[in-house]
Design a protein around this ligand. Sequence first.
Ligand code: SF4
Ligand code: SF4
Length: 210
Amino acid sequence: MRFEPDEKGPLGKLFAPVAGFGVTISSVFKPMVTEQYPFEKVPTQPRYHGRHQLNRYADGLEKCIGCELCAWACPADAIYVEAGNNTPDAQYSPGERYGRVYQINYLRCIFCGLCIEACPTRALTMTNEYELTSPERAELIYEKQDLLAPLQEGMLAAPHPMVAGVDDDYYYRGEVTAPTEEQVSWVREHRPDDPTLQGARARAGEGASR
Ligand code: SF4
Ligand code: SF4
């Protein structure tokens, strides 16, 4: 059966020739909105998916353990991870392994967030930063140093040993809240000029509650 539209009433017939201008005419009376970007940036929604961030624990160790689950979860093949072994002289994250090489290719990323869902340690999250442009393609491949969260006040730069007497589960449960005296002493011995020593020393001792 062929579809036939309803017959127009008298008013419908009267305005039919100008009905197509309805949206245009109604817009004339609305206030104009001119975005002043990039001089005035409009805040994003709190859960906006922007640039990724590799997070740290409160003592400064990295959360990434180099497991590659984020890379496997990525539908755009935008993440490349190579793990390295932590050693007593170079402990970057709790446990045996850390992310030695970590790259995200923002020419491929579609900001779906599947990678952050896959991460078992909440090492990988997404910020609200959306200004990801460059005239050079190579500059849109972000390396680990571009993605690592900055050291907060009181954190001790990695590498340094884990909090003494605790295992990586303690870290995963968020029980480490600051560097300990032992960690500060280790860094003072191995990197006496480390600029994070001073702030970490002030907070040392609050590190782990058992
Ligand atoms: S946000 Fe999506 S596309 Fe981008 S790196 Fe993560 S999983 Fe891949
Ligand atoms: S960011 Fe998370 S999922 Fe990706 S390698 Fe590191 S720990 Fe594994």
